[in-house]
Structures are given as C-alpha cells and as structure tokens.
Design a protein around this ligand. Structure first.
Ligand code: UT7
Length: 326
C-alpha cells in the first residue's frame, strides 16, 4: 500500500447554536468589541453545553450523511482534542459508541491547535500501511470549559466546535495527501498551558492547587505562530518543488487575523489565498482546520486538482503542514 495517496473523500462539521458576541463579552470583562476585533479579527464564538465527544460525534454524523457512508464502514477513528471529556475513555471511543462504529479502532491525539494536522499525519500513515481501509479524523474542542471567564487576556479568543474528514486510498494515484511536515518544541511548553485537574494524592500527602484554565504568553505565541506558518508552508513547498503560485488555498489554524496577515506578508502571498472564518468562531484549537475545510468543501471552493496546504500551530509547542491535491 505504500506509495498510494489517501484522499479526503468527505467532510463534516458541527458547531453549537449558542453565540457569544464581543458585545456580550463587554458586559463580562473590561474589554470592547473594537479592541477584540482590531487585535484579533474575532466578532463572535460558539459556546457548547455538550461534551467534546458529542460535538465530535455530531460532526462525524454530518460527515457520514454528506458522503452516504455507514458508521460500520469506519476502520479507524482518530480524535484530536486538548479538551477531552475524560482521562479515559478517550473521546474517540465515545464517538465510536455514539455513532455505533463497531468495526473501528479508536484513539485520541493531543497536539493542541496542531491536533488535526498531527491526527491527519497519524491516520494517513496508518491507512498507508494497508492495515486500515480508511480513517475518520475528528477535531473537536469545548474550550469554554478551560477558560477563566474573568481573564480578558484569554476569554475573548476561544470558542467551541467540531469538524471531521474521511480519508481512504485514492483511486487516482496523483491526488490526495501528497506530503506532511510536523515539528514540536517542547522546550517552549510554558508559553501556552492548561493543566489537568488532579485529585489530592493521599499517598504523597500534597494538596496542590491546580489552575486548569488556559494561560499563555500572548506575544510569545504570536511570534511563534507567524514563524511556524512561514516555516511549515515554505518547507512543504520546497520539498515538493512547488511555489506559492501553485497553491490554490492555504488553510491555517484560525486564531488571529493579524497572525495570518503577518504570515501572508512574509510569504509574499495575497491574504485572499488564506481561508479565514475566525471572525465567527474564534480560535477553536484542534477543530479550526477541519471546520474550515468542511465549510470550504460544502461551499464548493475546492476543484479537482487544486493544491491546498493546511497549516497548524499551537500548544506544546507544536506545528506542521499537510499538502493535499484535491
Ligand atoms: O492557537 C494559539 C493560541 N494563542 C493565540 O493565538 C494567541 C496569540 N497571541 C495573540 O493573538 C495576541 O498576542 C493577543 C490577541 C492575545 C493579544 O494582542 P496583543 O496585541 O499582543 O496585545 P498585548 O498582549 O500586547 O496587550 C496590549 C494591551 C495590554 O494593556 P497594557 O499593558 O498595554 O495597558 C493588555 O492588558 O491590551 C490589554 N488587553 C486587553 N484590552 C482590552 C489584553 N486583553 C484585552 C482585552 N480587551 N480583551
């Protein structure tokens, strides 16, 4: 099976109905629509009362509906999240139960906002071995439960949602996932943190106070984000003897329009080549790229043969890109 590319045969997404606008946030913390919009490009975000696995399950249901497949067809479920329901069972296993995908192997991947890129790389590699016929890769987050709603530095940035794609070996040897690139920088792990809540360990006798909310060094992450987009795009272009002119769309992780503008400038690419929808969803971490791909696919933006680069970056720190010929 090595050498056969996997193609994205379908997409699906799900976002909760509840909308939290910048005007709503003005009533909660010392901020303004003007500050949020000019500094980030975000106007509103979705807030979920359901679990991360349920959002992911609904995105997969929509995906299966869109491509007319049955849950029993799914061989592998890779669920990408930094806001799982539990330590165990994994969100992937909960989705398997939710949709009744009894034939699947299911597990989670955590690479924060790069989660979907990492998940796609893992699933693509496993399907390429021939051991799995296909894979569903889900990116889903309920970040609203990891937000300190009194902290204006973070509460204006994030949102909830889910997206999913179905991949299987391409019948056309020239199309599909052509190449991938991933990197991690564990030495910079303190720049973006959300700790898991631990119960008191009576064996050790310590009663640690754990703050589970997202804290980050915004400026540091901003610089990292711009340079990681530039590196990830340039690396995958160079490795495949391509230039930005060959690329129809760059689909970045959706976090801040200023980050995307700076990266576009440094890559000398028109901003139009970058798809953005962050104004309506905020930063949905591992869900942002599959939501973007699902929206683009559903609005028929992709034509057969288009070259697309997906690029992610985030906590860990982690980053990477995927080159797809549609
Ligand atoms: O997926 C990766 C996840 N992380 C990110 O995407 C974050 C990357 N970083 C960013 O997007 C930006 O750094 C932020 C949007 C977080 C902040 O923008 P900035 O232009 O870097 O602002 P700043 O942190 O330099 O803060 C400027 C001022 C500060 O006030 P002083 O110290 O100048 O008086 C902040 O206290 O803005 C203040 N500020 C706010 N004011 C109104 C910070 N948050 C807010 C707010 N409303 N929500």
């Amino acid at each position: 099976m090595f050498g056969v590319h996997n193609c994205v045969v379908g997409t699906g997404m799900y976002v909760p109905d509840k909308i939290l606008t910048n005007d709503d946030l003005e009533k909660m913390v010392d901020t303004s629509d003007e500050w949020i919009y000019t500094r980030t490009g975000i106007k509103e975000r979705r807030i979920s009362s359901e679990d991360t696995s349920v959002l992911g399950g609904k995105a997969v249901e929509n995906l299966l509906k869109n491509i007319g497949k049955n849950p029993l067809d799914i061989d592998l479920i890779v669920f990408c999240t930094m806001s799982p329901d539990n330590n165990t069972p994994s969100c992937a296993c909960l989705v398997q139960k939710y949709i009744g995908a009894k034939n699947a192997t299911a597990f989670d991947v955590n690479a924060a906002c790069t989660g979907f890129i990492y998940g796609l790389v893992v699933a693509d590699s496993l399907v390429k071995t021939g051991k799995y016929k296909n894979a569903v890769i889900v990116g889903s987050e309920v970040l609203s439960k990891l937000i300190n709603w009194k902290d204006r530095n973070t509460c204006v940035l994030f949102g909830d949602g889910a997206g999913a794609v179905f991949i299987e070996p391409s019948l056309d040897v020239n199309t599909g996932i052509l190449d991938t690139y991933t990197k991690s920088m564990g030495e910079k792990s303190d720049s973006l943190v959300s700790k898991s809540i631990t119960i008191e360990n009576s064996l050790i006798g310590e009663n640690k106070e754990i703050d589970p909310y997202i804290v980050m060094d915004g400026r540091e992450v901003f610089k990292f984000a711009v340079s990681s987009i530039v590196e990830s795009v340039n690396k995958i272009l160079t490795d495949n003897n391509l230039s930005t002119d060959d690329i129809k769309y760059i689909v970045p992780h959706q976090d801040n329009i200023r980050i995307i503008e700076s990266a576009a400038q440094r890559l000398k690419v028109s901003l139009d080549k970058f798809f953005t929808n962050l104004y309506k969803y905020g930063n949905t971490s591992g869900a942002s790229i599959p939501i973007a791909v699902a929206e683009m696919n559903e609005s028929k933006k992709f034509k057969k043969g288009d070259l697309i680069i997906l690029v992610g970056f985030g906590g860990g720190l982690t980053y990477g890109s995927v080159l797809i010929k549609w």
